[in-house]
Write a protein that binds this ligand. Sequence first.
Ligand SMILES: [Ca+2]
Length: 179
Amino acid sequence: MWAGLLAVVVIIILASGSIGEDFLRNSGGEDLLWKGPVGWSRVGFYPGVTFAVDDKEEFSGLHSLTILCTDSSVRGKQPPPNWSQEIVEGLPLGRQVVLSAFIKTRNVAGFAAAAIQCLSYDQQKILVSATTGSLQGSTDWKAVSCSLLVPQGTDKVRVSCLLSGTGQAWFDDIELDVR
Ligand SMILES: [Ca+2]
């Protein structure tokens, strides 16, 4: 009887739909392939911008993702240099999602932040977006977060860890959770 009850409970938990599930791969930047972080893409290659996995600065584990920018003309460019990850399968339509991350900065003249965008393919547009609080100057690791409701019609959810302006930013433990 207890086994049967347990099975029912497990089925209910599984069917209740991934509450707390992290939709991002490799949230902590620990999973590397050819020195690149699995699941993360570099977006916004401009002169003076360097993307790397850093094994000397980390919030947890052994690595973080970093962006270094030495050219002040990069500030304001779209897209800003960012580490990006896109989710197209199993999207939590109609559900609230929370993006959380830890960011560290050094001499950032613009800002560093993380962002969520919900995009539709057919209209090729951003349906809704949210950005975490931003960090400037030099700060130790700080938790940031933002949330939004993923609207019906979303085909793709994009998470970006971005640096606008000169300086260096590190990103770690980047998670997108359903609430
Ligand atoms: Ca890490």
